[in-house]
Design a protein around this ligand. Structure first.
Ligand SMILES: [Zn+2]
Ligand SMILES: [Zn+2]
Length: 339
């Protein structure tokens, strides 16, 4: 069985490996078909992803075809079904899991990050992690994880029609937030330091109002909101300075949702936070319900996946292709590996 192993930072190797053993009662054997590559994979490759251990088979944005599962019929699946794979393996027993918050399980293991992932031909996963679609392509199904992270963040915010929401940072996570927020009828604004990305937002994602995150960002925002500022701000850069600055973008009574994460402390000025009685939220991963919601939206055509995939490679070519995708000049939005 072909697999691509990240042996150590900078060393990605195509190798032969043993296929997984037969699936247990709650498991499924699946043939991996498409794998999306994202910033986490790039950080792991560069060696600056904290707490990451090597060697590791990457791949957490997966679509697959069901090969075998003893109890497939119990969950309405059959051999040959096309599925998105939810890569979050929760313990099922911790305080978060018992309250349905499996996305932030205290012992969470994510495929391709904490345990070996899907950059290989065949993988064994818990049966309940398969989300089937009859109509979507494997590439669309491999986008569902990224899109679900946006859907989860929008759910955390409780976004309502008529609200004005700002998305700070228009990389993949910011765009996923935008696409989940749009059908809700909120007024969306987007900001980024990169003008090409903002242009993409306007042309491909239909965001009418964008502005550069320069020195006058607060002023631009005040102009665009008749002085009121957005009631929800989604921070999707993971840049500490941007995260701190985003506190100042929020309306009185509004919410700040930190979707991007950073590896340091961030600080805010408490009197301003209290004066506006702000709500501060983090958003991590996604729930099974988010996967289902995104699948339905893509199937219904209310969530358009066409702008997403900019680069492709086969599993055999991945070791050569991945380093070139890291360069910001390569213009990668989403690179897709065909297995
Ligand atoms: Zn990812
Ligand atoms: Zn748990």
């Amino acid at each position: 069985m072909k697999q691509v192993i990240l042996e150590q930072p900078g060393r990605l190797v195509l190798a032969d490996g043993p296929p997984p053993g037969p699936p247990g009662p709650d498991e499924a054997l699946v043939r991996v078909r498409s794998v999306g590559v994202c910033g986490t994979d790039f950080h792991a490759f560069k060696g600056d992803q904290p707490f990451f251990t090597y060697p590791r088979i990457l791949g957490h944005e997966l679509s697959a075809e069901l090969i075998a599962a003893p109890n497939a019929v119990d969950v309405g699946l059959k051999t040959g079904d096309r599925c998105a794979v939810e890569p979050y393996l929760e313990c099922g027993r911790c305080v978060a899991c018992r309250r349905g918050r499996t996305n932030c399980c205290a012992k969470l293991e994510v495929l391709g990050i904490h345990v070996d992932g899907g950059m290989r031909e065949i993988i064994k996963v818990p049966l309940r992690k398969l989300h089937r679609s009859e109509s979507l392509s494997f590439e669309q199904l491999a986008l569902v994880e990224t899109l679900s992270i946006g859907a989860h963040a929008v759910g955390r915010a409780g976004l309502e029609p008529g609200e004005t929401a700002l998305v700070v940072g228009t990389g993949p996570i910011g765009l996923a937030v935008i696409q989940s927020a749009q059908p809700l009828g909120a007024r969306l604004l987007a900001t980024d330091v990169n003008e090409a990305r903002l242009e993409f937002c306007r042309r491909q994602m239909g965001v009418e109002h964008t502005f550069a995150t320069g020195a006058s960002a607060e002023e631009a925002l005040r102009d665009a909101t008749r002085g009121e500022m957005p009631t929800v701000v989604f921070e999707a850069t993971g840049n500490p300075a941007s995260m701190e600055r985003s506190f100042g973008f929020v309306a009185s009574g509004g919410k700040l949702v930190l979707v991007g994460l950073c590896q340091s402390k961030i600080a805010f000025f408490d009197p301003e936070f209290h004066r506006r009685e702000m709500t501060l939220l983090s958003s991590r991963n996604a729930l099974a319900a988010d996967f289902k919601r995104v699948l339905s939206a893509v199937e219904a055509g209310t969530l358009d996946t066409r702008p997403w995939i900019t680069h492709r490679a086969s599993l055999a070519d991945l070791a050569a292709a991945l380093p070139s995708w890291i360069d910001p000049g390569a213009g990668v939005l989403k690179a897709m590996v065909e297995v």
